[in-house]
Design a protein around this ligand. Structure first.
Ligand code: ATP
Ligand code: MG
Length: 270
């Protein structure tokens, strides 16, 4: 499966959130989508997942342009896990309803409930520590438990591409290791590709092959992870001194910021 973004822009009101994005992802690749708060990462993932219509440019799935008609194929193959996206939509829905909606084109539960999907949804919820809570409303769960419901939702259809938006935030240490190892197994066994957004750089491990660096909605850098995530590129990106390290297969970043540049940064932002 191949996803190709050609000159994609998206705006809300008059403001462009993503601008002129060109990006090609091939089957089984593992990408990190990295960038400062508000740079457009969640928005870009939700565009790739088919949750918004694009204002300019085109996204292709195996050469077919995204459209209403293509939505079932998009939703079958690409799954988004993003609490910052879904928490705007899910409140009183039960865990089972939310996981089952992962098999639908929209955000809600469709007309027909397929018994095999119910079995799989319950199995996934149980595997993620939510056994016997199938009828609980989503809003009554803790942040980490909500994250697990969204992971189960994404896995319902056995997608070919998983879009993971800060999925480890809120998970306790054991659950984080369990989820990371389970996803690694699924991705290896079924040749599933991933795009991971994270601010916690230790989550960037050797399995990730590529990176797209976003700044203010535009591509700042893109390429092979170890060639692109360098001290020079990140110092330029953050406009301060950044030291990049790789230790035991994990990425590390040491940021040195002096008080004067911090004051200048805040003046600029205000
Ligand atoms: N529906 C919306 N309407 C208007 N503006 C929006 C909407 N969604 C996002 N934005 C704005 O678009 C910009 C990018 O938001 P987005 O959530 O994609 O950033 P992000 O890179 O995921 O940030 P973070 O790292 O904080 O999660 C932000 O300035 C945000 O305020
Ligand atoms: Mg985000």
């Amino acid at each position: 499966m191949e996803i190709c973004l050609e000159d994609v822009s998206y705006k809300s009101g008059k403001v462009f959130i993503c601008q002129n994005i060109a990006w090609k992802l091939s089957q089984g690749e593992h990408w990190v989508l990295f960038g400062e708060n508000g740079s457009g990462k969640t928005t870009l993932l939700s565009l790739v997942a088919g949750y918004h219509s694009i204002k300019k440019g085109t996204i292709f799935l195996d050469g077919e342009a995204y459209s209403e008609e293509l939505l079932p194929k998009i939703k079958k193959n690409i799954a988004l896990v993003s609490s910052s996206f879904f928490n705007n939509y899910y409140h009183n829905e039960t865990l089972l309803e939310i996981v089952l909606s992962g098999g639908e084109s929209g955000l809600g539960l469709g007309d027909k409930i397929i018994p095999q999907k119910v079995v799989r949804a319950k199995h996934l919820l149980a595997a993620l520590g939510l056994k016997n809570r199938y009828s609980h409303p989503f809003c009554y769960l803790s942040k980490g438990q909500q994250q697990c419901v969204l992971i189960a939702r994404a896995l319902l259809n056995k997608p070919k591409l998983l879009l993971l938006d800060e999925i480890y935030s809120g998970l306790d240490a054991v659950m984080k290791k369990y989820v990371a190892d389970s996803l690694k197994d699924i991705c290896t066994e079924e040749n599933v590709g991933t795009i991971m957004v994270t601010h916690e750089v230790e989550n960037i491990t050797d399995e990730y092959t590529h990176i797209l660096l976003l700044k203010k909605g535009k591509v700042f850098a893109r390429g092979l992870l170890k060639e692109t995530m360098t001290s020079a590129v990140l110092s330029n990106y953050f406009q301060c001194s950044v030291d990049v390290t790789w230790q035991d297969g994990h990425f590390g970043m040491d940021i040195k910021i002096n008080k004067q540049s911090l004051a200048e940064f805040y003046k600029k932002e205000i």
